[in-house]
Design a binder for this molecule. Structure first.
Ligand code: NAD
Length: 508
């Protein structure tokens, strides 16, 4: 059983799919492991570390992949790069299948079985394999760190001989995995934190982290299926906007993470709301890869609009690649382990396992996932799927979360000081930094792609929807809720009986 780890080639991706720790485990299961030279460098893993763990470092991708039974990757490898792999090799990656039917067809033709890790059913057994959670958690953390770097004031309250400095006010919109970790991080840094979500259940989680939960009374609960949010009605949107606009004007830092399965990111913060904030305020839009929650967001860039900074960088977890790789690699290891017979020291895939069925895209020369099968057959293998199909499926796209907006986003190399039209009329927004990689890795699967995409056409209604898990982990077990912050004094405060009914007050 040979396992190959390739150097990532797309979008300047700094993460790597295996660490010395996971490789040592795989060798313990009877595998031989080949790693392409330099694969871990951007995650601070030197070739020598892989060698020390028992892997063979190869000079080229072709040499690493030659005869491999399993290939581990962060992003979907090109079919051509897998040419030398063993027939029927298993490929574990964030496969980004939505809108990429041609690439899927090419992978099928190459004879590999590729698993889209981002389609992993969100059931208890698979939590350890959930790349969406592990990476969103880090993105939520990094969002606050990025904001704190730009914000030119201190975050905690400071009582000094020279006077008292008030705590910065941080507001988090969307209290899912990323949002809860953003809350926990801002609390640890001493900020006065408030948050909102459209799911009433999020209220207790927010308050367990010591933050204030705000929600309009007009919106009782907009929970959809599987613990995710549903899209708001026009009236609900108006009520939320009213609540938010008053609150945002008083905030120093805002982190937005709001997403709805199968839809573009909801626009929650208008240009006028941004302009209501004090000079020096900072917003981080973690939904940038799906078009953004903020009207002014430029995906992939940081802009300054009227002295307010809006960070729309993508793949924020890639900014802490060493940590992100560590967790991502563990997710892959945990899944691969279910497909290894440790006694026989070889692969033994249970093709009927719901985790396998939920993630497997191609097998035996065909695209087999029910959401993509027909579309891939129709797609010419040498061409990308039509742009229109992709553009129509902007929301919960797969692994790299490439939305139309993302794809249209200026390249990461764009000049840091270039002007953009993001500010609309009036002063042009300044592009402050553009250091992010151009393609985000973190995204969510959709119940099915938008209706007009080729894939959607092929997806029978009600086919297995990875975004709608049959079994959900209890609310209190979200990644962020398990963080140390939850144990802080603040976190011990009893949660409000009815957090959903709370309104903003002027404190935070
Ligand atoms: P997500 O990325 O789909 O969305 C982020 C957050 O945005 C959600 O909390 C959503 O309610 C919120 N949101 C949507 N529209 C909004 C609006 N207009 N205003 C404010 N907020 C809005 O969510 P996620 O982080 O993937 O997690 C969502 C749920 O999935 C949570 O309940 C979480 O506990 C659950 N989850 C389960 C598992 C598992 O079972 N293994 C793993 C991870 C997350």
């Amino acid at each position: 059983m040979k396992i190959a780890v390739m150097r990532e080639r797309v979008g300047g991706e700094p993460r790597v799919a295996a660490t010395p720790e996971t490789i040592a485990k795989l060798i313990g299961f009877g595998a031989t492991v080949s790693v392409e030279k330099g694969a871990g460098e951007a995650s601070r893993i030197l070739d020598q570390f892989y060698t020390d763990a028992g892997a063979k470092v190869e000079a080229s991708a072709a040499a690493a992949v030659k005869g491999a039974d399993v290939v581990l990757a962060v992003r979907r490898p090109e079919a051509s790069a897998l040419a030398g792999a063993a027939k029927g090799a298993l490929v574990l990656a964030t496969a980004d299948p939505f809108g990429n039917e041609a690439a899927l067809a090419a992978l099928a033709k190459a004879g590999v079985s590729i698993f889209a890790m981002e389609l992993m059913p969100r059931i208890t057994r698979a939590q350890v394999m959930d790349i969406l959670s592990s990476q969103a958690n880090l993105a939520g953390y990094q969002a606050v760190i990025e904001a704190s770097m730009v914000y030119d004031r201190a975050l905690p309250m400071m009582m000094t001989a020279a006077g008292t400095v008030r705590a910065a006010k941080v507001f988090v919109m969307g209290a899912g995995v990323a949002g809860l970790q953003a809350i926990a991080t801002a609390k640890r840094l001493g900020a006065a934190v408030s948050a909102t979500d459209v799911r009433a259940a999020a209220g207790e989680q927010v308050e367990s982290l010591g933050a204030k939960f705000i929600m309009t009374e007009a919106l009782k609960d907009a929970s959809g299926t599987g613990g995710y949010a549903r899209e708001l009605t026009k009236d609900e949107q108006a009520a939320q906007a009213e609540l938010v606009s008053g609150h945002i004007a008083k905030q120093d830092i805002v982190v937005t993470t709001a997403l709805i399965p199968g839809r573009p990111a909801p626009k929650l913060i208008t240009k006028a709301m941004v302009e209501s904030m004090a000079p020096g305020s900072v917003l981080v839009d973690l939904a940038a890869e799906r078009g953004g929650n903020i009207e002014l967001t430029v995906p992939g860039q940081t802009i300054v609009h009227k002295d307010v900074t809006i960070i729309g960088l993508l793949n924020l977890q890639g900014k802490i690649a060493a940590t992100a790789s560590q967790l991502y690699s563990k997710n892959l290891l945990a899944f691969l382990e279910t497909m290894i017979d440790k006694d026989a020291k070889g692969l033994k895939v249970d093709w009927e396992d719901e985790l396998v069925k939920g993630t497997l895209l191609t097998r035996d020369g065909a695209v087999v996932h029910p959401n993509f099968a027909g579309a891939a057959d129709a797609a010419p293998a040498d061409k990308k799927a039509p742009a229109k199909a992709t553009a129509k499926a902007p929301a919960k796209t797969a692994a790299t979360g490439k939305t139309a907006a993302t794809k249209a986003a200026p390249k990461a190399e764009s000049k840091p000081t270039a002007k953009t039209g993001a500010s609309g009329k009036g002063r042009a927004a300044k592009v402050a930094t553009a250091g992010a990689v151009s393609v985000p890795a973190e995204d969510k699967p959709v119940a099915k792609p938008a209706a007009k995409s080729a894939a959607a056409k092929s997806a029978p209604a009600g086919t297995s929807a990875p975004k709608a898990p049959a079994t959900k982990k209890p609310a209190t077990k979200t990644a962020a809720a398990r963080k140390p912050a939850a144990k802080s004094t603040a976190a011990k405060k009893p949660a409000a009986k009815n957090p959903a009914a709370k309104k903003t007050d002027g404190d935070v």
